[in-house]
Write a protein that binds this ligand. Structure first.
Ligand SMILES: CC(C)(COP(=O)(O)OP(=O)(O)OC[C@H]1O[C@@H](n2cnc3c(N)ncnc32)[C@H](O)[C@@H]1OP(=O)(O)O)[C@@H](O)C(=O)NCCC(=O)NCCS
Length: 321
């Protein structure tokens, strides 16, 4: 990157940092821009100065990676840096440049592709531009901060026991995990791959052999009816940079059998986990949920979470306009 651009990036990052802090104190400082596929896309303002920047990152997720189940195989992500009070116009110009850039890349034309922008959920300026360019709100990263008051005792669900899962529970955990993926597929996020079941099983088998796998089952009469899986801060480093607070934990999986929903089992599992996280001094817990999952958003917000980042996507990538 030429030094003039590097200087502009530094100044813009600072301005974006001020903007993000004002919008949402849980947002991190904007990190250094990733290398991207080429020179940054630059929007020049009427005064001739750089009004905004963006870098396009191309990712091919191989079929042997479980990550391919969580989205398209070829992902094109715009990482924007937009300072200023109202970023609608600059965002629109940047998205138009990005669309033109992607239209020259053959790999964006396939069906198994996505174009996405991860946007601060509380930053409402710019949303008009995202919508106008064909992006849809897909996935939310929601956050819960450690409450200040005295801990509330975990709520109990009548007739249900919560216990840590171990290696002997592989089949039950797998069954609940796969049902969650199939449920989430209704919302257009995950894609069932030929290797999905095997890769999920491998991940579960590996994790359940650890001495403390952070996987809990809710059981009624000895039958598993609910599952929660989380990552303690030492395993959640991959997402910790999405927030200003640390240490950060990640809530990975939550599923209750359809017949058992609405009876307090989900809350009991979550409060059991929260008691542990609060006790450990975890400052913030993050999770992903589909924006349009009608069960998860009301539940998570009842459990103390709120939106932090929203991933806006066009699938396939050629739907970007
Ligand atoms: C989301 C899910 C885990 C909730 O579990 P649950 O056992 O049904 O939830 P609970 O009965 O413990 O409800 C806890 C609280 O949330 C509220 N709540 C739960 N689901 C709700 C919904 N869809 N709408 C409004 N409130 C809801 C309950 O009323 C209850 O409130 P209260 O504390 O005032 O009584 C469950 O619906 C589920 O497994 N859904 C399918 C998979 C899924 O969406 N997983 C999350 C993926 S991110």
């Amino acid at each position: 990157m030429p030094w003039v651009v590097r200087e502009a990036v530094r100044d813009i990052n600072r301005a974006v940092g001020r903007r993000w802090r004002a919008v949402d104190p849980l947002l991190p400082d904007p990190g250094t821009l990733p290398a991207g596929c080429g020179e940054p896309l630059v929007v020049t303002g009427d005064n001739g100065r750089t009004a905004g920047l963006g870098v396009c990152v191309h990712q091919h997720i191989p079929p042997q990676s479980l990550n391919q189940t969580w989205g398209a195989a070829d992902r094109f992500t715009l990482v924007p840096r937009l300072p200023g009070q109202d970023v609608t116009t600059t965002a629109s110009l940047l998205l138009a440049q990005w669309r033109d850039h992607l239209s020259g890349i053959g790999a964006t034309r396939g069906p198994d592709t996505s174009a996405s922008v991860v946007w601060p959920s509380l930053d409402i300026t710019g949303i008009q531009a995202l919508l106008r360019h064909g992006l849809q709100p897909f996935t939310v990263i929601a956050a819960r901060t450690r409450p200040n008051g005295p801990p509330r005792p975990p709520r109990r669900a009548y007739g249900v026991t919560i216990r840590a899962a171990g290696p002997a529970d592989e089949e039950q955990v797998l069954d609940l995990e796969l049902r969650l993926i199939r449920y989430d597929m209704h919302f257009g996020g995950p894609v069932w791959r030929s290797a999905t079941a095997r890769l999920v099983r491998d991940e579960i088998r590996d994790s359940l052999t650890h001495s403390d796998p952070w996987t809990w089952l809710a059981e009624r009469n000895g039958r598993a009816v609910g599952l929660i899986v989380a990552q303690p801060p030492q395993e959640a480093g991959w997402i910790a940079g999405m927030t200003s607070q640390s240490p950060a934990a990640y809530l990975q999986t939550m599923f209750i059998d359809a017949q058992e929903r609405g009876t307090g089992i989900g809350a009991a599992l979550v409060r059991n986990l929260h008691a542990r996280l609060d006790d450990m001094g975890v400052a913030v817990t993050l999770l992903h949920h589909s924006q349009v999952n009608p069960l998860s958003a009301p539940f998570w917000y009842r459990m103390g979470y709120r939106p932090l980042w929203t991933s806006w996507e066009a699938r396939p990538a050629s739907a970007l306009r």
